[in-house]
Write a protein that binds this ligand. Structure first.
Ligand code: AQP
Length: 326
């Protein structure tokens, strides 16, 4: 079985972007791949987090993974900071990565603009930690959206550099393009990715948003003045709403366009609200139930950390030996 590594930052409330873009596509991978699905808390602290909220969000993300159908018996679910080898390998690989390479990372350029003058070094070296996450598990495939492609390229470069300097040590990971997984855009600015840290609450829908909030946010979403339900780049708001709808129903774009011939945006929005509610409400109930069962969640993340440690320890030990540590 090939190995897949992926993770989500508990840096806020997960959105339907995380759900349709990551978690839902993971469901198709379980059973067919050896999957490591991580809650990347070390990444989350590259921007300031409130400790109490972070603690809550870490458990909530775990509960969301399981409630969405990611089976802890079939996959490896763990919390990144529980496996200290991530930080350890990250330090080592920092010494094999160049300032120039990290300065070119688009996500760093964008995120550093948001934090003002005092830019945490962690934000700059974030891609090295991500490379460590991936390389520690002999990962074959990494599901990546377009925004993470550059980071994966860097992970490959670092691994190849290390392998050339010493001898083959790291497996070189490949990107895994998940079929029919779509990029969900902001509801207020549909040319921008939907993001949980967006300042405008109306731009995203949280997996845990309640019924009225989901309804309000969809009804308020930005559209255009054309008045025709059509899937094209000039109508990015409508395109985004159709993408969300078909991510739930599996219907084709053409079929949606045909069904809405002669109908208005209000009809599309109302149907989308219904579809979202029927998708999210059962998940929300399960999340609440799992969050009441802290013992179960603790068992899942402890078991996950143990088996992740077994694999990653061996890779790290090999690295240390190669570079001359005793
Ligand atoms: N809008 C999206 N559409 C499709 N996929 C998305 N993902 C996130 N947003 C969308 C996918 O979720 C996984 C990891 O998410 P993350 O939270 O670790 O990082 P992120 O991509 O930076 O997400 P956010 O919401 O924008 O986080 P913040 O605001 O904290 O930086 C990835 O698989 C990603 O593709």
């Amino acid at each position: 079985m090939k190995t897949i590594f992926s993770g989500i930052q508990p840096s806020g409330d997960l959105t339907i972007g995380n759900y349709f873009g990551a978690i839902k596509s993971w469901l198709k991978l379980q059973g067919e791949y050896n999957c490591f699905f991580c809650i990347v808390d070390l990444h989350a602290i590259t921007v300031r987090q409130e400790p109490k909220k972070l603690r809550e969000k870490i458990l909530e993300v775990l509960a969301i993974y399981i409630a969405c159908g990611i089976d802890p018996e079939k996959n490896n679910l763990f919390i990144q900071s529980h496996v200290p080898f991530h930080s350890e390998l990250s330090w080592i690989l920092n010494c094999y990565t160049y300032m120039g390479e990290l300065s070119r990372m688009t996500q760093y350029k964008e995120k550093s603009l948001k934090v003002g003058e005092s830019i945490p070094v962690g934000l700059f070296t974030y891609p090295v930690l991500m490379a460590s996450d991936i390389l520690l598990y002999n990962t074959d495939l990494v599901p990546v959206g377009s925004d993470q492609k550059q980071h994966l390229e860097l992970a490959r470069d670092i691994a190849e550099r290390f392998n050339t300097l010493y001898s083959p040590t790291f497996k070189i990971p490949e990107p895994y393009i998940v079929e029919n997984s779509s990029r969900i855009m902001s509801l207020q600015n549909p040319v921008k990715k939907m993001s949980k840290s967006d300042e405008n609450e109306n731009s995203y829908i949280k997996i845990m948003d309640d019924e009225n909030v989901i309804k309000r946010k969809i009804l308020k979403s930005v559209t255009d003045s054309k008045g025709v339900v059509s899937y094209n780049d000039d109508q990015s708001g409508i395109k985004n709403l159709i993408n969300i709808l078909i991510s739930i129903t599996g219907e084709s774009v053409e079929s949606v366009e045909n069904r809405f011939l002669g109908k208005g945006y209000g009809d599309l929005k109302n149907e989308l609200v219904e579809a979202l509610l029927s998708e999210l409400i059962p998940i929300q109930q399960k999340v609440r139930d799992f969050l009441k069962n802290k013992d179960y969640l603790e068992k899942v993340y402890k078991d996950g950390a143990n088996s992740a440690s077994e694999v990653s320890y061996k890779v790290l030990r090999k690295v240390k030996k190669k570079i001359g540590f005793i």
